[in-house]
Write a protein that binds this ligand. Structure first.
Ligand code: ARG
Length: 461
């Protein structure tokens, strides 16, 4: 026999493979608490507007809360026959409270119901992810604060360019993460619109109060158009887009950590609690965690692309294609949260910078060449001319196997009479960094100010 809610319309029961394919219960069970909360609000609204009695609403609410209890205790495990979380809850409610449970779906459709559930879910998740972004920025700031004067090569084209403060490098990431935090706050505004009361697509014949149920659920706004209410997934796509950018940022840092941990760079060592070994090469310590974060980034990009494609050809209003939004959201949320958590641990306790190696790296190259050109330019030589001259010096040094600091004062003065004994101080790594004191630059005074600003900003998050 056919046990489906809609089975009276049908003569034969569903083919088992079709039932399995159609069902979303295996994943939308994650929405259960939001489904219950949404139904409680709907029941209260039905009573307030006189569509059902207060007594009926009370019975519904206590039944719904009982299901919540059962679920939390591990005693509510609906199977494929329930089809989805909405049917599963309604069926159990009717078992618990009798016929009054059958009135819960008055003036409602699963279409506005599922839209309400997923938005309630995502509102919660966005708040949790924003908190994780704050936590991650906090450990980056802690690390930056102790490394203002630690120097590290700065790169363009992955070629040594100019030395920088390690704190400055880390603070670049807190800037990105702060934008991610802001962006999610902006996405939240468009997740925070209530579709409940849109019905299947056209509204309802009952005198409902959509603003009341939305208010009970803490929504900032309600959808102004019922067709839009049940078929809009812009908010999910916006979230996946913001999530993708978070992953871009995590992945870039993950890539840097992976490079830094290589023998070629040797800028960091990974601690035992955050790295893994090889099954065959006993000497190895692998950066699996940043590699996984880098790899998992692809999943989130995929979900963004996937949902964009799901949406592009859908006629109004609800289509079952929309059921595909959930796994994309759930997996993206899980991936972003897991990646943020592990990157936070990695920064807090997983990497140790090798200061002697870093000091050696910034001293043993030509990344102070710009400063030689700046030295002359500050003494009236047109920059382009100074630049050409220093290019020649670098070439001569390379041929002689020397660094700029190895040139004698005589050699400097042969190059240009404006060079004086203070050239040595001007091209020492610490001075080179300290001198870049323009707003937003790596000069120590700038970095200290940036640290202070970032700390203050975090305290206001
Ligand atoms: N499980 C469905 C979904 O996730 C619920 C809405 C179903 N509505 C319908 N008319 N079939 O989208």
């Amino acid at each position: 026999t056919n046990s489906k809610t809609w089975s009276q319309r049908f003569e034969k029961s569903l083919h088992p493979a079709i039932a399995e394919f159609n069902a979303s219960i295996s994943f939308d069970i994650q929405l259960i608490e939001y489904d219950l909360t949404g139904s409680v609000a709907h029941a209260k609204m039905l009573a307030k507007t006189g569509i059902i009695s207060h007594d009926e609403a009370e019975k519904m609410v206590s039944g719904l809360e009982q299901i919540r209890q059962e679920y939390r205790e591990g005693n509510f495990n609906p199977g494929v026959d329930a089809e989805d979380i909405h049917f599963a809850v309604e069926r159990r409610l009717t078992e618990l409270v009798g016929d009054v449970g059958k009135k819960l779906h008055t003036a409602r459709s699963r279409n506005d119901q599922v839209g309400t559930d997923t938005r309630l879910y995502l509102r919660d998740q966005i708040q949790q992810i924003r908190q994780q972004l704050v936590d991650f920025q906090t450990v980056l700031l802690d690390l930056a604060e102790t490394n203002v004067e630690t120097l590290i090569p700065g790169y363009t084209h992955l070629q040594r360019a100019q030395p920088i403060s390690l704190a400055h490098h880390l603070l670049a990431y807190t800037e990105m993460l702060n934008r991610d935090w802001e962006r999610l706050g902006d996405v939240y505004k468009r997740v925070d619109i209530c579709p409940l009361g849109s019905g299947a697509l056209a509204g309802t014949t009952f005198p409902i109060d959509r603003h009341y149920s939305a208010e009970l659920l803490g929504f900032g706004r309600v959808y102004a158009n019922s067709l839009d209410g049940v078929s809009d997934r812009d908010w999910a796509i916006e979230f996946l887009s913001a999530a993708s950018l978070i992953m871009v940022h995590l992945s870039r840092l993950a890539e840097e950590i992976t490079l830094w941990a290589s023998q070629e760079f040797s800028f960091v060592t990974l601690t035992d609690s955050c790295s893994t070994g090889s099954s065959i090469m006993p000497q190895k310590k692998n950066p699996d965690i940043p590699e996984l974060v880098r790899g998992k980034t692809g999943r989130v990009f995929g979900h963004l692309q996937g949902l964009l494609v799901v949406m592009k050809g859908l006629p109004l209003a609800y289509n079952k294609d929309l059921q595909e939004d959930k796994e994309a959201l759930f997996d993206a949320v899980k991936t972003v949260k897991g990646s943020l958590e592990c990157m936070t641990i990695l920064i807090a306790e997983g990497i140790e910078f090798r200061s002697s190696r870093l000091a050696e790296a910034v001293a043993e190259d030509f990344s102070n060449a710009t400063d030689v050109a700046d030295y002359l330019a500050a003494r009236g030589i047109p920059f382009r001319e100074a630049y050409g001259l220093v290019g020649k010096v670098v070439r001569t040094c390379l041929e002689a196997g020397k660094l700029l600091k190895d040139l004698t004062l005589e050699e400097w003065q042969q190059l240009h009479p404006k060079f004086e004994a203070d050239i040595y101080a001007a091209i020492a790594p610490r001075q080179v960094v300290s001198a870049r004191n323009s707003y937003g630059g790596t000069g120590f005074d700038q970095v200290k100010q940036a640290l202070q600003n970032a700390r203050q900003r975090l305290n206001n998050c």
